[in-house]
Write a protein that binds this ligand. Structure first.
Ligand SMILES: Cc1cc2nc3c(=O)[nH]c(=O)nc-3n(C[C@H](O)[C@H](O)[C@H](O)COP(=O)(O)O)c2cc1C
Length: 219
């Protein structure tokens, strides 16, 4: 049995110990709870034995992850998809536009991302962070941003985009670069980009290494 399949079964027991009974493997709920404690005990032992890298990966198999993002022309969505592909365990990818109410408390890890337009992140991302701040501060949290500025300017935009308390708490902070997709811009946006950035056709400057680093830091 693969480690992933084993962890999936353990996860089922943790959520619903009675599941073990429905599989016909044990006579009572107490056994399911016992197995849950047993798995937690062994994870601790492995950590103490310094098999840290292994247990870290094992724990991520076991985690439920939310990647929640806003995108205007699709760049942040594409980065979020690349990020999802590099994470172990169950990962829900949710676009804040039309997502309805999200239960942050259902997740072990939450990664929040958006993009910068005229110096600001999408209002949906700011509202999500403010409305769920207390829950996010209890989770393993990561914050990421797509934008075309680099270096200090990008860093400043990142700092303005997310609440200070959340930034301090975050296990990973990612600047994923950005792109201009002329096929998805309206004429005003095209005119602004031509005038301000002197760019006249679509370009992609996303940073694959930054996404991979972020995924590693969140493992
Ligand atoms: C109208 C417009 C304004 C933008 N303003 C900024 C900006 O102020 N700073 C910046 O770093 N990038 C800016 N960008 C670049 C975007 O952040 C970049 O295109 C990003 O990849 C967009 O991601 P999205 O497609 O997920 O919305 C702007 C892009 C557009 C189209």
């Amino acid at each position: 049995m693969s480690p992933g399949a084993f962890i999936a079964i353990l996860r089922k027991y943790q959520e619903k110990p009675s599941a073990i009974c429905s599989l016909g493997l044990a006579p009572s709920n107490h056994v399911g709870t016992g197995i849950r404690r047993f798995s937690q005990f062994w994870m601790k032992q492995l950590k103490m034995m310094n098999v840290y890298h292994f247990t870290k990966n094992w724990e991520s198999y076991y985690m439920k992850t939310l990647i929640i993002y806003a995108t205007t022309h699709g760049c942040t969505q594409s980065c979020a998809e690349k990020l999802k592909a590099q994470l172990a365990g169950e990962v829900d990818l949710v676009n804040l536009k039309g997502s309805g109410k999200i239960k942050v408390d259902d997740y072990d890890r939450v990664m929040v991302g958006g993009s910068i337009h005229a110096g600001k992140i999408q209002g949906r991302v700011s509202r999500f962070c403010t409305d769920n701040l207390a829950s996010l501060l209890k989770k393993k949290t990561g914050l990421f941003l797509c934008c075309m500025e680099k270096g200090e300017k990008a860093q400043k935009q990142f700092e303005d985009a997310f609440p200070a308390e959340l930034r301090r708490h975050a296990s990973a902070s990612g600047l994923f670069g950005g792109g201009f997709d002329f096929s998805r811009m309206n004429w005003i946006e095209k005119a602004i980009i031509k005038k301000v950035a002197h760019v006249t056709e679509s370009v992609s400057n996303t940073d694959k290494e930054a996404i991979a680093r972020f995924a590693r830091e969140m493992a």
